[in-house]
Design a protein around this ligand. Structure first.
Ligand SMILES: Cc1cc2nc3c(=O)[nH]c(=O)nc-3n(C[C@H](O)[C@H](O)[C@H](O)COP(=O)(O)OP(=O)(O)OC[C@H]3O[C@@H](n4cnc5c(N)ncnc54)[C@H](O)[C@@H]3O)c2cc1C
Length: 288
């Protein structure tokens, strides 16, 4: 039987000092849906689990003056049920309502999803597409960075030992902005995506010219990526069918799709070609 101490700090500083005290033997735990699986499989053997569950202020969704802040301990279910997220950030709602099952979504957190840093993390793609930043605090103080910069490779982030992800900050979006996310799976239930595609567009007053375009891709590179060449094709242009298709073609070209047991690279690229225009059309509808 696996044995470990379960520590319940009451403040962020206490959590960090417990981590320092048990350095090399401790692991933070949020919902535990990734941590407990890894412990059961013997992939990690922490002597102490430091729960982030009792830390104040990390489970809030706050919208203030156009800026959205999401605490790292917010569960997928909280995001899914938030009228604010549904109405203003459907790109994120699309992602979280398709994570695992209701039971998983009730305990699994958005912070855990990001720090776990698997290329298939559904939460990461809409957040990088929204241009989210992350605020983190650790033994050497607090810092902020673009969420995209947090990822280094599969399962790896730039977080230093003991750093806690505190919150995501989504900056104000221009008017007439819409977004959509599609998680492409082989079957409908409880599956990690074969690929994930998010598109965000802002439209000019004519409701056709694109003033801002962002395309986020998941499972199509070792880390969640933006398809910047495809974005530049859309920006400043009238979004007709031809240009949407061209963006899909370029996104498929610039992604780094690989063959894996769950799907082959050619198929993933073919789906990017189809899904980028499809998500862009939904994003345009939502922008209005
Ligand atoms: C049956 C099942 C289905 C799933 N389906 C999906 C799916 O469809 N899509 C998907 O993306 N994922 C899925 N997952 C993966 C998992 O549920 C998510 O990644 C989840 O969001 C992880 O959150 P958690 O709070 O449980 O993280 P935990 O397991 O508690 O932690 C994950 C990692 O993050 C670290 N950590 C957690 N919070 C913080 C923090 N605030 N600061 C610093 N480090 C932190 C932990 O130390 C650990 O390394 C599934 C998992 C299961 C078991």
């Amino acid at each position: 039987m696996v044995k470990f101490g379960y520590l319940k700090p009451r403040s962020i500083d206490e959590a960090i000092s417990l981590y320092e005290k048990h350095r090399g033997k401790a692991k933070y735990i949020a919902g535990g849906t990734d941590v407990m699986v890894k412990i059961k499989e013997g992939r990690i053997t922490p002597r102490y689990l430091i729960s982030l569950n009792h830390l104040e202020g990390l489970d809030r969704i706050v919208y203030d003056d156009g800026e959205l802040k999401i605490g790292s301990m917010v569960t997928h279910r909280m995001l899914e049920l938030s009228p604010l997220i549904k109405k203003r950030y459907p790109i994120l709602a699309d992602a979280v309502e398709n994570i695992g099952s209701v039971q998983i979504r009730n305990v699994a957190t958005i912070g855990g999803n990001i720090v776990n840093a698997v290329p298939s993390a559904d939460g990461a793609i809409p957040l990088i597409t929204l241009g989210a930043r992350v605020r983190v605090r650790g033994p050497s103080g607090e810092r902020e960075m673009a969420l995209e910069e947090l990822f280094v490779g599969p399962g790896q982030t730039v977080l230093d030992p003991g750093e806690i992800l505190l919150e995501f900050v989504v900056p104000e979006l221009p008017p007439r902005t819409g977004g959509a996310y599609w998680k492409h799976t082989r079957r409908a239930a409880m599956e990690l995506p074969l690929l994930g595609v998010a598109v965000l567009v802002s439209l000019a007053e004519d409701m056709e010219t694109c003033t801002l375009a962002r395309i986020g891709l998941g499972v199509l590179a070792p880390t969640p990526m933006r398809a910047r060449r495809a974005e530049s094709i859309l920006t400043g242009e009238r979004l007709d069918e031809g240009i949407l298709k061209e963006a899909g073609r370029v996104a498929a070209e610039e992604c780094k799709a690989r063959d894996t047991v769950r799907g082959e690279a050619w198929y993933r690229r073919a789906m990017v070609r189809v899904l980028v225009p499809r998500m862009a059309r939904i994003a345009m509808e939502r922008a209005s």
